[in-house]
Design a protein around this ligand. Structure first.
Ligand code: ATP
Length: 402
């Protein structure tokens, strides 16, 4: 897949109708936006299009209305907040069919630098099926398309993929460009040594990520719940730790693959365990640190131990590129968050390019206050995982190559 895409810096939008697919999928409570990070993140591309004299038509999905209008998932509150953030009116086209009389009239009346926001793209049942009728409706509104929604890049929908095929130029916005630059370069063209750190609950969730990264990286570090299936595959006692027995052979294969490729595969040497999974999740429960290969019967590994954390931090410090996806333990509980904190801290302190692949690890890094110390925190959990799996992302592939 070519990652060399036409960007908003390469196109002339003056006087043109530009449809810009953003990720305005913000959390709402009683019609109020409770976290506006995604709106703020979208501003640079929108401002650039305004400054260049485009007629800027914004669109996005919000939640899962499942192909029909749901008033509680309307983008109307986003239009209000975006107007404030941009300091100019964002006209909201309240069409239940997204591209309807309001949208058409609003676009018709636009002058250079004006901004219109369409209604939730998932009000249309074709959207998630990449159905032609809605793609055509979207394309009829614009001369140029810009995709800045990385969070949906792993899906082929009308508002990212379908419409791209029907316009002359489908460019990528700044957010999308940054994701492609960091994740794409890390996986395809990393500055070495390249260390990948994987955690999270289950091996099964990240089979292709483990296999692909093993080929690309120099050292693969495994922590979190998935480590115990690897440890069991090596013949260690793992007590009642989370194990996916169906994936034992897979883990053996990966251990053999690492050896064959001459890659380092690091597994925990010690582990912090408790009697059971904490319930409630932040419960203060008795815990002890034991050797990772001898977890006592009846004990459950819930975090990497101090020695492992030091080992992983050291490995991260020698790297020039680090990609991290998934927590090292049950980080929601302070007792079992130390391993995740140690890794986050090591990444914050290194000069290496550090890339955090969405979801829980991104949340953990931000919560711990290390967010601004990382080179890149991906905005798309699912999309970033598929990038790390080496898959072609439909939303990226659909953009025009340079
Ligand atoms: P990311 O979102 O960064 O990709 P993820 O969300 O995919 O990560 P998951 O596979 O969902 O990662 O795993 C995250 C969950 O794994 C956390 O809720 C954490 O509590 C849990 N977890 C981590 N270590 C363990 C463990 N040793 N035993 C059980 N659960 C664990």
């Amino acid at each position: 897949m070519s990652l060399n895409k036409v960007s908003v810096d390469d196109i002339d939008v003056k006087g043109k109708r530009v449809l810009c697919r953003c990720d305005f999928n913000v959390p709402l409570k009683e019609g109020k936006i409770t976290d506006e990070n995604r709106l703020v993140a979208a501003l640079p591309t929108i401002k650039k299009l305004i400054a260049d004299g485009g007629k800027v038509i914004l669109c996005s999905h919000l939640g899962k209305p499942k192909g029909e209008p749901k008033p509680e998932l309307s983008l109307a509150p986003v239009a209000v907040r975006l107007s404030q953030l941009l300091g100019q009116e964002v006209k909201f086209a309240a069409d239940p069919e997204v591209v309807g009389p309001n949208a058409k009239a609003a676009v018709e009346a636009m002058k250079e630098g004006d901004v219109v926001l369409l209604e939730n793209t998932r009000y249309r049942k074709e959207e998630t099926k990449n159905g032609e009728a809605f793609s055509k409706d979207l394309a009829s509104l614009c001369d140029v398309f810009v995709n800045d929604a990385f969070g949906t890049a792993h899906r082929a929908h009308c508002s990212n993929v379908g419409v791209s095929a029907l316009v002359e130029t489908a460019a990528v916005g700044y957010l999308m460009q940054k994701e492609i630059d960091f994740l794409g370069n890390a996986v395809e063209n990393p500055v070495r040594p390249f260390v990948a750190i994987l955690g999270g609950a289950k091996v099964a969730d990240k089979l292709n990520v483990i296999s692909n990264l093993l080929e690309k990286c120099d050292t693969l570090i495994i922590g979190g719940g998935m480590a115990y299936t690897f440890l069991k595959a090596k013949g260690c006692e793992v007590g009642t730790s989370l194990v996916d027995d169906e994936k034992l052979d897979y883990c053996k294969e990966m251990i053999a693959k690492a050896e064959k490729l001459g890659k380092k595969l690091l597994l925990p040497v010690d582990t912090v365990c408790g009697d059971a999974f904490p319930n409630p999740i932040d419960a203060e429960i008795p815990n002890e640190t034991v050797a990772a290969e001898e977890i006592p019967a009846g004990k459950m590994g819930l975090d990497i131990g101090e020695k492992t954390a030091a080992l992983y931090a050291e490995a991260a410090k020698t790297a020039k590129t680090v990609v991290w996806n998934g927590p090292m333990g049950v980080f929601e509980n302070p007792i079992f968050a130390k391993g995740t904190i140690a890794v986050a801290k090591a990444l914050a302190e290194t000069d290496a390019t550090t890339i955090i692949g969405g979801g829980d690890s991104a949340a953990a890094v931000n919560q711990l206050g290390f967010g601004d110390k990382m080179s890149h925190i991906s905005t798309g959990g699912g999309a970033s995982l598929e990038f790390l799996e080496g898959k072609e992302l439909p939303g990226v592939a659909a953009a025009t190559n340079k």
